[in-house]
Design a protein around this ligand. Structure first.
Ligand code: TEU
Length: 542
């Protein structure tokens, strides 16, 4: 890890604070809970943590509805707790990044409350996207855009005199009014937020909906509103991925030119600190060549690699995505990132369908040049949990009338201790019910089992950190081999082979190597013959 550009090959662990660990028994995770887990996190072999939002929020979208970006929600603790977390994280030699949500505020934010009290055309309304409706009485929304969470992207307000009035844009929930980035007050407020946390020692930001801040002309309808809905659905299984990628290229409020000016000005702020701060874009766009534009030398540092995350368990698809990523990012001099899942997607174990594949996917990405992101619980091999509909909280579930189950299944509180209530997550009732059979995934059980998923991740991450053949950005060289196998080498004698097929394969390879790590003990190497069972993977050291 190079200290100035530490993020280029870092392993960054995503904490969803609400579900990490609860210190006060209210059933929701909090900052003190994160602090109590820091030794565990440091033992994994990661370099940094990223926390999803814990700011003041009515919590209609898990805190991505921010009412005050420069304070901590009492459910999570206090600003003093946040300062303590930064100090305690640094003390363990880890970096810490927070989440910034520039596309929208919560409708509880003072600015939006003021906008509701103010007249159409006022300066207060100009911080958001307020428009008159269409139709004789303005009863129709200004355009036909859909919200990412389902339903229209517009809500009509009541004016002060009680009459039905203007409409405001919300690409997400009604409680998340979009900010108007053409208004300089918006830009300066976010610069203040960046500096506020940077001055407290935060090392960088994950930028929520980084592709959404600039919008096309509001007065123009989108020609394919149904395509728009399909492109935006969270339920990956509901849309063919190839179709989805095509549809994503034509969204009037994503990936517009105007966003780049914002990141150029943020970069100046990042670089004004010593050492410089970093930013990672959450930009859900296609084609991938567009992603490279967010990480040009004067913009952000990283962008999540959703193209790879959305690839199916298919060797050609995965290889194409890897090759394209490295080539496109290489052109702008940016480091790649590799992500298997996050708090918006299915967990990788569930997505790939079994444990061996999930381990092999980790062996693959932990051996690629660039940075990796790990979503809390991924190291335990957690699957998505089944939830009764009554327990669901994600606005996606409600706004699609249950057609899309939403993202709660991947947000279930972590199991820490097999024999305790709530698996030791909380002494109270967890905000989402945990499945009955999660003892085996609990941290304490996995700690004591040398063959556990956790100990596998620990080995993988610690080798990645200490062995010069892994991590870093040295190139990969593909080796021609049997169909269904991904085989590449990296300098310092590392050979990586992943069997992305349902057939066990016996491969003749060069002699002299030994197994550094394998997804399973049934991967065997004898002289120059490698037995690679279906879906398994291996690192060989020559
Ligand atoms: O997600 C952004 C988001 O919803 C899109 O990138 C989405 O993945 C894509 O359009 C496909 O539907 C972020 C947060 O990660 C998420 O938890 C929040 O709910 C959302 O922003 C709103 O802040």
């Amino acid at each position: 890890m190079n200290s100035l550009s530490w993020w280029r090959d870092a392993a960054i662990y995503q904490i969803y604070p609400r579900s990490f660990r609860d210190s006060n028994g209210d059933g929701e995770g909090d900052i003190a809970g994160v602090i109590s887990g820091l030794d565990y996190l440091a033992s994994l072999g990661i370099d940094a943590i990223w926390l999803s939002p814990f700011y003041t929020s009515p919590n209609r979208d898990g805190g991505y509805d921010v009412a005050n970006p420069r304070d901590v929600d009492p459910r999570f603790g206090t600003l003093e707790d946040a300062k303590d977390l930064i100090a305690q994280t640094h003390k363990r030699g880890l970096k810490i990044i927070f989440d910034i949500v520039p596309n929208h505020f919560s409708s509880d934010h003072l600015w939006f409350q003021a906008a509701l009290r103010s007249a159409p055309g006022s300066a207060e309304r100009a911080r958001f996207h307020f428009y008159d409706g269409k139709g004789p009485d303005g009863q129709l929304p200004p355009n036909n855009w859909n919200s990412v969470f389902g339903g229209p992207a517009w809500t009509r307000v009541k004016e002060q005199d009680g009459s039905l009035g203007q409409w405001y844009l919300h690409l997400f929930d009604t409680s998340q009014p979009d900010l108007n980035w053409e208004n300089p007050e918006v830009a300066s407020d976010f610069e203040e937020t960046l500096r506020f946390w940077f001055d407290l020692g935060v090392d960088g930001f994950r930028i929520d909906v980084a592709h959404g801040l600039a919008k096309d002309e509001i007065n123009v309808n989108h020609r394919d509103p149904e395509g728009l809905t399909r492109a935006l659905r969270f339920d990956a299984a509901a849309t063919d991925q190839a179709e989805r990628k095509a549809l994503l290229q034509d969204i009037p409020f994503f990936d517009r030119e105007g966003v780049h000016q914002v990141y150029r000005s943020w970069r100046k702020i990042f670089d004004s600190y010593d050492p410089p701060k970093m930013g990672v874009a959450e930009a859900f766009i296609n084609p991938t060549s567009r992603i490279a534009r967010y990480v040009r030398p004067d913009e952000l540092h990283q962008a999540f690699n959703f193209d790879f995350m959305m690839s199916n368990w298919n060797s050609d698809e995965m290889k194409t995505s890897i090759t394209r990523t490295l080539a496109e990012l290489g052109e702008v001099g940016a480091a790649a990132t590799w992500v298997l899942n996050n708090h918006d997607s299915s967990r990788v174990r569930t997505k790939l369908g079994d444990e061996t594949r999930a381990k092999s996917a980790a062996l693959l990405i932990h051996a690629l040049p660039g940075g990796i992101y790990i979503y809390q619980g991924e190291e335990l091999g957690l699957p998505d949990g089944d939830l009764p509909d009554e327990a669901r909280q994600d606005p996606v579930f409600f706004r699609t009338a249950g057609a899309d189950k939403g993202r709660d299944g991947c947000r279930i509180p972590l199991p820490w201790e097999a024999e305790k209530d709530a698996y030791g997550f909380s002494t109270g009732k967890p905000w989402l019910p945990q499945p009955k059979n999660w003892q085996k995934f609990s941290v304490d059980q996995e700690e004591n089992d040398s063959e556990s998923f956790l100990n596998f991740y620990r080995k993988s991450l610690n080798i990645r950190k200490s062995n010069p053949a892994l991590g870093g950005e040295s190139p990969i060289t593909w080796v021609a081999t049997s169909p269904g196998i991904l085989y590449f080498t990296r300098p310092f004698g590392l050979h990586v082979l992943i069997n992305v097929s349902e057939n066990s394969q016996t491969l003749d390879i060069s002699e002299g190597g030994s197994i550094l790590l394998a997804s399973h003990s049934n991967v065997q190497l004898h002289a120059g013959t490698l037995e690679l069972p279906a879906n398994s993977g291996v690192w060989l050291q020559y």
